[in-house]
Design a protein around this ligand. Structure first.
Ligand code: HEM
Length: 137
């Protein structure tokens, strides 16, 4: 049995290279959440403008699409333009590195700079102050 997308279109897997090739002056395909959208006929109707869609053509527009905070109406419209899905083997190619790795590194750094370094500086200042006071007496 063949799987079908919400708009009744059979689910077809496309490779990233095919999607990039399809992005010509005549044709605009974009990727949102691993779905492939043919927005060619929608370009002129898009309330956010033709240019933003063309810029994302042939690539992953998930982040820009979500950043705009599109309404549920916009999401329904998008569902009618699905023509397939990104091939599972190509999904890691567009994946962004997870934020958690960056956070962990940052946390380690701030733990050092927030507590250990000021502590060391305070200790050195105290020792120097005592040495200075002893000399004065
Ligand atoms: C199939 C994909 C898309 C559909 C169906 C779609 C549809 C819409 C709709 C209906 C609106 C009007 C506001 C709303 O209802 O949320 C809108 C606004 C907007 N869209 Fe999209 N959009 C798509 C993809 C994108 C992408 C990939 C971008 C960014 C690169 C984008 C950028 C914008 C911007 C900036 C607005 C705001 C316009 C404003 O508030 O003045 N859209 N879109």
């Amino acid at each position: 049995m063949e799987e079908t997308a919400e708009n009744g279109h059979p689910v077809k897997y496309y490779r990233l290279s095919e999607i990039e090739e399809r992005n010509t002056f005549k044709c605009t395909w974009i990727i949102i959440h691993h779905n492939i959208y043919d927005v060619t006929k929608f370009l002129e109707e898009h309330p956010g403008g033709e240019e933003v869609l063309r810029e994302q053509g042939g690539g992953d527009a998930t982040e820009s699409f979500e950043d705009v905070g599109h309404s549920s109406d916009a999401r329904e419209m998008a569902a009618s333009m699905v023509i397939g899905e990104l091939h599972p083997d190509d999904r890691p190619k567009i994946a962004k590195p997870p934020d958690s790795i960056v956070t962990t590194v940052k946390e380690t750094q701030s733990w050092w700079s927030n507590w250990v370094l000021p502590g060391l500086v305070a200790a050195i200042v105290t020792v120097l102050y005592h040495m200075y006071m002893e000399k004065e007496q």
